[in-house]
Design a binder for this molecule. Sequence first.
Ligand code: ADE
Ligand code: ZN
Length: 351
Amino acid sequence: MCKSPLHSFLLSLPKCEHHIHLEGALTPQLVFDLASKNNIPLPDLPHYQSPEALAARYAVFNSLDDFLNIHYANMSVLITEDDFYELAWSYFLAAHADGVHHAEVFFDPQSHTSRDIPIASVIKGYKRALDRAEAELCVTSQLIMCFLRHLPVSSAHTTFDSATEFINDGTIHAVGLDSSEVGFRPELFTDVFSKAKEAGLRRTAHGGEEGDVSYITGALDALDAERIDHGIRLIEDPELLKDIAVRGTLLTICPLSNVYLRTTKSVASLPLREFLEAGVQFSLNSDDPAYFGGGILNNYCAVEEAFGFSVDEWRRIAIAGVQGSWIDDTRKRVLLEKIDDMPESDLSPNA
Ligand code: ADE
Ligand code: ZN
């Protein structure tokens, strides 16, 4: 719990999460439990001696790639459809406790198919958790299938083609682009993104996390991306910033991730105040909650401690999250009413 007088307000504020990698919800304890269940040897390295040692290693990531190497190694414990289900369900339970009402969640099929795990095991396991979250927790959600930008473009095409059944039946709602950014330009993935658009899928891409602002323009122009994941380096280009504000393109910002991966010095150094004042729409998200200091509420609290936003400013952020979600108008209206109806008791007298 944070020290802000707005803590209970932030907890109750209805949230939409748009930037969470389901594989990034794999906690050190679950890595060890699944390794033992599935007989998977963990690397013979000091940080794999215990869940605590693994968690301690996360405090000293020095770059996106330093994190990704461990993130991909940990995924080797995910084998069965039930493993994917258990992982996603653990995310939804935590997100629900943090006040998430709608989540658009990423997954990385290539991290699993490259280990000979059938794509159907991954998607069916995740989908079972999404369905349960809606039925039991009233949390609606969408699945976003990401392509790994460090792998050959041909692998993205193969992945897209192998997911046809789940694209056609609506299980997959959107495509995304993630993994190492610098040197793996969005333009490489133009064709597979245009195939996705033709198939009726929504499109988003990581950009401007470690890469410069040209990775944001590349995602918008070459991929026809409707959202930008991270996008914090937008602040370096005032003209593009104005353009993005006018277009209403949502940035899915992950404050604690940016600190852990050293793409910003501190949460307070993020350009959130500038974005708010310029009318740039953004949501706040956890990215990889098992790695970067917890879930979405911890990110809201860290931002409040750094910026001291007012209740009105928080309402604007929550509303941007609803408006930027890929949900129909009826669901949007329900969520907007929930934000409007926040009980006064959730507002601290200091707010
Ligand atoms: N995959 C998981 N987390 C990521 C991040 N922050 N950037 C790029 N790819 C990722
Ligand atoms: Zn991400």
